[in-house]
Design a protein around this ligand. Sequence first.
Ligand SMILES: [Zn+2]
Length: 378
Amino acid sequence: MSHSLPFCPNRDCAFHHAPPGDGWFRPYGVYRTKAYGTVKRYACRLCGKSFSRRTFRLSYYLHLHVSFRDILYGLASCSGLRAMARRYGVTDKVISNRIGRLARQAIGTTAGLRPTQRSTEALAADGFESFVLSQYCPVDIHHLIGADSQYVHACDLAHFRRKGRTTDYQKRKRERLEKTFGGVSGEIFASFERICRAIDDLPRPSGTIDLHTDEKREYRAVLAANGFLDGKVRRHTTSSRKARTSWNPLWPVNYYDRELRKDQASMVRETTRWSQETNNCMERTYAYAAHHNLYKPFRIRQRDDRTHAEMAGFDVRKIEFLKRRFFRERYFYTKVSFNASEWLVWLRAYHTPFSAGWRELPKYVTGEERRRPSRLAA
Ligand SMILES: [Zn+2]
């Protein structure tokens, strides 16, 4: 039985980090649920913490059955939250909760695959412009992409000040918002620095990594300041005005931008659907990236069914193992080796400018227990 109960879910218990094989837990009664019938409970012999098989499931604490796979595929085929909610007869909060869980599966899978890559392909990094809440809150979502595989290695977000042509009224409104809530200066530097750290985390057998970016001065400044990439990264710049053909060295990011723009409802240009909150925006971005990396065929027209993860040189057996897990077993944050960007998304640590208020951290983020269900038998 212990093969399906891998460790004690209490992160302060020694059996959470190193369970001693069989016999570390004992039966601890049952409880009844409407959604799943009678569920057996167990207790850790070391710390006494009780749990069930469901504690390790992606559907932990959920009472409504909505297919995670359907939601991920809906998200990647331009379905909005409310459209999906109508389809499954649930509220948009239910869909948002499921996407939050899928985003953490995406992070756990990306982090789990990371050490297994054996590739020397070049990388391309660029920002994808969109907005959250309103046009006064534009964002640059940085992606780090494999040049040949178009595998998404990292995503990060920076807010920046609204630019372009503005009317006097719009200028006054922007100033009023900045006066009340504060500005967003310097976020492009910080976000690109996290992308640089993600590059540093990639296992590269030897040699220098070729990195293609546009000519943005913030990128140059961050690379100059980051001594840890000296000798590891060779940067090549391409003007962002250059034709966006497949000959352009920035084609991998241009290609991914186009996919994101057409596949995700909140990213479509001149859309009537956009993100209201930065963390929700990033959860959708990560879930979409997982769909792109693990489930989308590399080239549909050429009938090349390999995934972008396979093309990027990750271990195929590991990819299959993690894909089997993707819709079933949840990740515990204590077991994931995050990079800085992934931490921010996991902990919902991004702010949303010009928006007041605090939102409670969902329980599945840290896996904290809610009220204990009543025990029917000892
Ligand atoms: Zn324990």
